[in-house]
Write a protein that binds this ligand. Structure first.
Ligand code: NAD
Ligand code: MLT
Length: 524
């Protein structure tokens, strides 16, 4: 077998791989050259420079594995890899400490104006009063995203005698409490922080997590650090807030477009910048290279890898029996992820009927991986979903009842948070997935894919028409509608399947109708 290493990689990793296969190191290949030679290799090992596009994957007829020596896999087309049966692995924890230390370094540099003072003295100036700093001791550090790096940053900040607060809806309160960290809302975190650091992945829901509106909540003394991904903080809004003195400064390692030699943030003297150096230490580079080399070796040897991002682990035999229910399970996870509110603490999955005669692990992993899918850079799949949930302090329970009253088989998932719980039940009928339960309501929805509006309301004449008028005025087509009520005139649930989503204002109009208790739009 042959492996191609196409970015600079620590020699220790390359040598580890050489024990298992023939290795070519060819750094800086133009895309067309990479495409022309990739067909000779079973494995490709990259850092962030090589773009592993769909064309590269397609040309890699023998490719079995693509390995990313680092956390972020933004440079790899995972969808194309999955489609072509190519396993993608990364090293999600191997550079955690380096990224956490760089965050702390930037925080201290920000507090004491170190880069600016260094530049000033080298320009032969001696301006001591210009660079008056602040202590970090007794200050509040707000951490957005309490995953691998956020948790390590908290530990180090506590060593500097800082108060640590965090915002992360996808971990259990006990996880933060055990680390002496108070969990708060995003708004409270911004309002209370003297320093704020962000450690989430970049997804459609975290893009511009900090923008103009959020910055307007900050104290004028706030200093912000971003060592995660460009785009989490809106760069224009940040520049304006710093320049107007709305906040005191920022230190940024990552940018919306890299290399970032023309970035707007370079304009401000109050913003410290580094060229994506979070993982640039000798130790991290050795760790990531060895971690992925060992995983490549395992995969080429026919074994599973610890950090495979796209390989479901399920035996062929179970797959045949369970595959119709896998879609039900994935639907439940996706729905619940969008319906819950507050800190997640328990996931309970109940299997009723015939389904209990199979090993249901793959269904459990499917529910959980879809529930947590968009919350972590550590791609969550059938192999690692429960492990990650448990690592985050979330309790997982499963129940099996061989009897099922109204269906041949039923899967029901209940997610409990600190504000309550949400339950979704589903089954398979004539080979198709149906949602048959939402909280205490029984109904029958065969989702057509797209958007759903779920309204808890009082069963009264005219209300459905009023909701329909709002969707109609919004030019949003309703393609099917489902109703369930506990008793005549009592609590009820209305579910509208829509071709397009409603915007915030339209949803507010619905919420403003007399008798509507709650309204949520989900995308499935
Ligand atoms: P992680 O997956 O361990 O942690 C991410 C955390 O963010 C999770 O706890 C998740 O629950 C939380 N989260 C998700 N959505 C959220 C939201 N909307 N609000 C608040 N929290 C949310 O990831 P990690 O290993 O800690 O990495 C964090 C980031 O750092 C990633 O983007 C990674 O690519 C980046 N990174 C950068 C460098 C660098 O060189 N600058 C080095 C390593 C990692
Ligand atoms: C990562 O995702 O691991 C970091 O951004 C570091 C890197 O890409 O080198």
């Amino acid at each position: 077998m042959k492996a191609l290493v196409s970015d600079h990689m620590a020699e220790e990793g390359v040598n580890t791989l050489r024990k298992y296969c023939e290795v070519d190191v060819k750094v800086g290949l133009p895309p067309e050259k990479l495409i022309s030679i990739i067909g000779n290799y079973e494995a490709l090992m990259v850092r962030s420079q090589t773009k592993v596009t769909a064309s590269v994957i397609e040309a890699g007829k023998k490719l079995i594995v693509v390995a990313r020596a680092g956390v972020g896999v933004d440079n790899i087309d995972i969808e194309a890899a999955t489609k072509h049966g190519v396993i993608v692995v990364n090293a999600p924890t191997a550079n955690t400490i380096s990224a956490a230390e760089h965050t702390i370094a930037l925080m201290l540099a920000l507090a004491r104006h170190i880069p600016q003072a260094n530049a000033s003295l080298k320009a032969r100036e001696w301006k001591r009063s210009k660079f008056m700093g602040v202590e970090v001791r007794n200050k509040t550090l707000g951490i957005i995203g309490l995953g691998n790096i956020g948790s390590e940053v908290a530990k180090r900040a506590q060593g500097l005698e800082m108060n640590t607060i965090a915002h992360d809806p996808f971990i259990a309160t006990s996880y933060a409490q055990n680390r002496g960290i108070e969990l708060v809302s995003l708004q409270e975190l911004i309002q209370k922080s003297d320093f704020l650091t962000i450690h989430t992945m970049l997804t459609s829901s975290t893009r511009n997590l900090i923008g103009k509106e959020e910055l307007s909540l900050a104290k004028p003394t706030l200093r912000i650090i971003n060592c995660a991904r460009g785009g989490l903080i809106n760069e224009e809004a940040l520049l304006e807030a710093v320049e107007r003195g709305q906040i005191a400064g920022a230190a940024i390692d990552v940018f919306t477009t890299e290399p970032a030699t023309d970035n707007v943030l370079l304009k401000s003297d109050k913003i410290i910048v580094t060229p994506h150096l979070g993982a640039s230490t000798e130790e991290a580079q050795i760790n990531v290279a060895i971690s992925v080399a060992e995983q490549v070796a395992a995969i080429l040897g026919g074994q599973q890898a610890r950090y495979a991002l796209n390989t479901p682990f399920i035996s062929q035999e179970s797959l045949v029996s369970l595959s119709p229910f896998m879609e039900v399970a994935s639907l439940q996870g996706k729905l619940l992820a969008q319906m819950i509110d507050g800190q997640m603490s328990i996931i309970e999955i109940c299997y009723d009927g015939e389904i209990t005669s199979y090993t249901t692990d793959a269904l459990k992993e499917t529910v959980i991986s879809n529930l947590l899918e968009d919350t972590s850079e550590e791609r969550i799949n059938l192999i690692n979903a429960s492990v990650i949930a448990r690592d985050r302090g979330i309790k997982i329970t499963e129940h099996k009842n061989t009897n099922c009253e109204n269906y041949t088989s039923l899967i029901t998932t209940k997610v409990t948070t600190d504000t309550g719980s949400v339950t979704v039940g589903g089954t398979v009928m004539r080979g198709e997935s149906h949602i048959v339960r939402v909280n205490e309501y029984w109904l029958d929805i065969k989702p057509s894919g797209g958007y759903m509006l779920l309204c808890d309301h009082q069963d009264r004449p005219g209300l459905i028409g009023q909701v329909g008028t709002i969707t109609g005025n919004a030019n949003v087509n309703v393609n099917s509608m489902h109703l369930s009520r506990l008793k005549q005139g009592g609590e009820a649930l209305m579910v509208l399947e829509m071709d397009h989503p409603l915007n915030k204002e339209q949803l507010q109009q619905i919420l403003g109708l007399a008798g509507i208790h709650a309204a949520t739009v989900v995308n499935i």
